[in-house]
Design a protein around this ligand. Structure first.
Ligand code: C2E
Ligand code: MG
Ligand code: MG
Ligand code: MG
Length: 279
């Protein structure tokens, strides 16, 4: 009967919610100790300009737990955000990313910037800007060596504070990129109000390129709008040569994606840059 089916559906969801909640609790317990146990590390994914040069790298967090194994950021970042653990973890990410850039300098790599992801909660932190400037200073980096990636929704979370923080970062000389562009349903007017330097177009727009006519129109429209605002563009999650020739036929777009490289640990990243420079 209808009633019985509904009850079963209800039971199914309750059960699933219990599993989700238990998993989250478990992750949270382990995540609290992750920094101290040195279970976190950064990997780096190169960003490649249309002339083939590496012009930057995004730092992405990885977590390997002794009991749970490797957990994806898609799963643990939300737990870190909800619990507030993203504050100390995010601080660590900034420090480690700057230390990596300093290491690249020592290894003689070109002085390209490193990009870090910043959560909504970090934008509300009073000491975010001082944290960033002291990390830069300690590592002997000029502020233009650090890019911060924020999403539309993390700004909308608390617009006044976020906008103030972004202006302070901008006057410091740190570049700001809008991440996952096009996945939210927010107003676009913020693009002319915020001190944004770069827009990263989400990979979901490229999945059916170059064959699909609607995707092509969407992507071309987005590119021309961002270009018209004078902002630089990074196409994120590009996996095929076809996608690249479509994108770069229309604008000198920077590409970050598996086509060139997966995110690499720091040593592998350095080797990738060296090989790439020779080749
Ligand atoms: P994001 O910032 O948009 O990072 C790009 C994601 O796309 C990364 O996933 C990257 O590995 C993946 N990716 C890059 N190229 C390709 C491709 O060609 N194909 C496919 N399928 N995927 C590609 P990852 O490393 O799993 O990170 C997921 C998300 O977790 C990030 O999305 C970011 O929102 C968050 N995240 C990662 N590290 C940090 C961090 O240090 N702090 C914060 N707050 N969030 C982070
Ligand atoms: Mg990002
Ligand atoms: Mg993204
Ligand atoms: Mg993201």
């Amino acid at each position: 009967s209808e009633g019985k089916r509904e009850r079963n559906v209800y039971r199914f969801y309750t059960k699933q919610m219990q599993i989700d909640a238990a998993r989250k609790m478990k992750l949270l317990g382990h995540l609290r100790a992750a920094l101290m146990r040195e279970e976190l590390h950064l990997v780096f994914q190169p960003q490649i300009a249309s002339d083939g040069r590496i012009i930057g790298a995004e730092a992405l967090l990885r977590w390997n737990n002794f009991e749970l194994g490797s957990i994806s950021p898609g799963e643990f970042i939300p737990v870190a955000e909800e619990s507030g653990l993203i504050t100390p973890i995010g601080h660590w990410v900034i420090e480690q990313a700057c230390a990596a850039a300093q290491h690249w300098d020592e290894e003689g790599l070109p002085p390209f910037p490193v990009a870090v992801n910043i959560s909504a909660r970090q934008l509300r932190q009073k000491d975010l800007v001082p944290q960033i400037s002291s990390a830069l200073q300690r590592c002997g980096l000029t502020p233009d060596r650090l890019h911060v990636e924020i999403t539309e929704s993390s700004v909308l979370d608390n617009p006044e504070t976020a906008i103030a923080v972004l202006h302070r970062l901008n006057s410091l000389g740190v570049h700001i990129a809008i991440d996952d562009f096009g996945t939210g349903f927010s107003s676009l007017s913020y693009l002319k109000e915020l001190p944004v330097d770069c827009v990263k177009i989400d990979r979901s727009f490229f999945l059916e390129l170059p064959e699909d006519a609607k995707s092509s129109s969407l992507v071309l429209g987005i590119i021309s709008m961002i270009d018209g605002l004078g902002l630089s563009i990074i196409a994120e999650g590009v996996e095929s040569a076809g996608q690249i020739s479509f994108l770069q036929a229309n604008a000198p777009i920077v590409v970050q994606g598996f086509y060139y490289s997966k995110p690499l640990n720091n040593q592998a990243f350095i080797e990738f840059v060296r090989k790439h420079q020779q080749g």
